[in-house]
Design a protein around this ligand. Sequence first.
Ligand code: SF4
Length: 307
Amino acid sequence: MQETVYHLKTYQGHYGDKIGAKSLIKIDLARGCGFCFGVREAIKKAQKAANDYGDVQMLGDIVHNEHVVQDLAKKGIHVVENLDAVDSSRPLLLRAHGTEKAIVAAAAERNLFTIDATCPLVLDIHKEIKELEAERRTIFIIGDHDHDEVRGIQSQVDKATVLSSPKEAEAIPRLKKAGVVSQSTQAMENFTAIVAILAEKIHDLRVVNTICHPTRQNQTEIKRIAAENELVIVIGSQTSANSKRLREVAAAINPRSYQVENAAELQPQWFENVQSVGISAGASTPDSQIQELIARIRQIDEARLST
Ligand code: SF4
């Protein structure tokens, strides 16, 4: 079976070519944008399992991107809604952002063949929250309510409260001793704003900043490309919260920031009098879509130069 290769090496960094005396638009691709290594590794494991066993099942989508989910389905990697829908003769992949403890236990009880693709950085968060519990602290998780990763983190301990905003942090009572971890993909600004409020209310507060390195890099890079380029394009599904957040951060710095779901949505008029474009992509955007976007920008640019 042919494997899809989800790697993007070709266009990292700045690219400004010349055709005759005319300069092409400089394309500045945000370092590390698109799939993080946790998702890439999970996809590799799923593809290997599909090669080895003919079929593999996942509880829920691996990323919020229909293109990727359909592509994986063609290779024998299917989404199932719950454990009751799992075919016990086929492997079950536990996704990169972790699985609730009770689900892992139930899968073991049913003797299901599981392949654990939980990202090591998510496993670190599980370890950290258990340490906070061992220290008998009241526990907070800075994250999005009802997000799979957050549910997986929360399930590691008896009790942990999710705080998604400074407003929710304002509502907690004064405490003697507490600890806090974060969902791996939280915005640093939200994390620090919530921690500042907790620090006012809690005498002994232990803060473990578990925002992962790829997320920090994406947040730094989106600000950089927005400041250094005339135009910013974020490619990602409208259902991807992370892609929307990237565009919002970019737009706060550079009003000429747009989000598209695919290359066909690019509008040639956005590029009028533009010499540099910064590109970023949500964590659920495959490299093939980023490559298509770059190719389409080149086409628009060349059409512009030839008129
Ligand atoms: S912890 Fe970071 S690297 Fe790992 S899956 Fe989540 S976003 Fe990706």
